[in-house]
Design a protein around this ligand. Structure first.
Ligand SMILES: Cc1ncc(COP(=O)(O)O)c(C=O)c1O
Length: 428
């Protein structure tokens, strides 16, 4: 196998050689797959050097690869499997729905009714919802609605924010203005009467789990509202942190909220919810509507699975997730410092990021300035039997036991110890 230039020859740390030696079948499958599937992976975040593991089976919080290595999974398909793999209530609901209706219907069905009602009941900002197949599509729909409602084209978003794959959110787009996260003055300077929408994540997720400063999101809301722009909150990652999502817990009143990931019970999903007058603009019955469509929107399997996932996201399940995450984050910081590593763990609910710097980053520029420790932490963790996301991010699922959490803590502390032993200047 030819290794990428950056990994050869001197710069291959011991960790990568060890990873390659214990995952030969993953490597063979990656090479085979790369001949048919461009890149041999399906998205940016699943790609890493030298190659990702090929997963042979999964159950609860565990994955097994084709070489029979077992891992505790703290990737959870990028925080979408909040109840782990093959969660029994989801599996049963999907099997029942398949028997009754099949996968998708071009009409309403009982799962669509139950799921829509549950979401409107659960999330305070939701007077109406619309379903899409991804949060990317929900974000695009939010923008279309906002532009139609305000007649203004300009969108303000934050450096390092991720609202999906829509080119509408691309830096180079003429209608996009980007401002630094956690800096109210920069935002106030950018928002005027030409801005139709200010869109913000409840915490910067992809950029490295950067939480908002206290009151920052309220300030964003106030600045948007005073300029007559719509305040749109992206809760794709944060919805799992509070029973009524972040907006409910924080007393925010966004015009619209984007959701995805764990809201679908592991099936493809996006939800746009919000003020009735706005979300109704997506309705086909409106002559002035936007003609929002999608062949698989609100399909049988996603709505059946999503219903179960949201029901199981109970206050006690969320409290356990969050307190376990707080404990883990604290222990990793303590151990990292004891080992002499620069370390700071940022966290929002049960999602966190291990940063190899002395102070917690407060914006994307700080969070994304990653060093070599950050580059290899996830490989070190995999060698200890824990899958984390490249770049130091990880998230918990409700199906982890106390014993699993002790295993995770031990494994990640050993991974930190491996990093502390490495000669960073020598290529790792
Ligand atoms: C905050 C946020 N918004 C939107 C998206 C896009 O979601 P999807 O991959 O479902 O399109 C993501 C995905 O990671 C996200 O984290």
């Amino acid at each position: 196998m030819t290794l990428p230039t950056e990994l050869q020859p001197r710069a291959i740390p011991e960790l990568v050689s060890e990873y390659i030696s214990v995952t030969p079948k993953s490597r063979a499958l990656h090479e085979r797959l790369s001949k048919s599937l461009a890149g041999g992976e399906t998205r940016v975040v699943t790609h890493f050097e030298p190659y990702p593991i090929a997963i042979a089976s999964a159950e609860g919080p565990r994955l097994v690869d084709y070489d029979d290595n077992t891992y505790i999974d703290l990737v959870n398909n990028m925080a979408s499997l909040v109840h782990g793999h093959r969660y029994p209530p989801v599996v049963e609901a999907v099997a029942e729905a398949m028997q009754l209706l099949g996968t998708v219907q071009a009409g309403s069905h009982r799962y669509l009714v139950d799921f829509s009602e549950l979401l409107v009941e659960r999330y305070p900002a939701f007077e109406r919802v619309r379903f899409t197949n991804s949060a990317s599509e929900a974000a695009i729909l939010a923008l279309r609605i906002a532009r139609r409602a305000t007649g203004r084209e300009k969108l303000v978003i934050f450096d390092g924010a991720y609202h999906g794959m829509g080119s509408e959110f691309n830096d180079a787009h003429p209608n996009v203005v980007k401002v630094p996260f956690n800096q109210p003055t920069a935002l106030a300077d950018a928002v005027d009467e030409t801005v139709g929408v200010v869109m913000v994540e409840s915490f910067l997720g992809h950029a490295g789990v950067v939480p908002p400063a206290p009151e920052f999101l309220h300030t964003v809301q106030n600045i948007a509202e005073s300029a007559g722009a719509l305040f749109v909150l992206d809760e794709t990652q944060s919805l799992r942190n509070d029973y009524h999502a972040h907006h409910g817990a924080a007393g925010l009143r966004p015009s619209m909220v984007i959701m995805g990931k764990s809201i679908g019970g592991g099936l493809p999903v996006g939800v746009l919810g919000g003020r009735a007058d706005l979300v109704e603009l997506a309705s086909a019955s409106r002559p002035d509507g936007l003609r929002h469509s999608g062949t698989f929107n609100g399909n049988v399997l996603t709505t059946a699975a999503g219903f179960q996932a949201v029901v199981a996201l109970s206050p006690s399940a969320i409290a356990t997730l969050n307190s376990r995450a707080a404990h883990l984050a604290q222990q990793l910081e303590i151990e990292g410092r004891r080992l002499g590593l620069p370390i700071s763990v940022t966290r929002s609910g049960s999602t966190m990021c291990v940063h190899f710097r002395d102070t917690a980053p407060t914006n994307a520029a700080e969070a994304l300035a990653r060093n070599d420790f950050a580059r290899w932490f996830h490989i070190a963790a995999m060698l200890e039997g824990v899958c984390t996301i490249r770049g130091g991010r990880l998230n918990l699922s409700t199906v982890l036991s106390d014993a699993d959490m002790r295993t995770v803590e031990g494994a990640l502390c050993r991974a930190l110890a491996r990093l502390a032993e490495m000669d960073v200047a020598d290529g790792c």
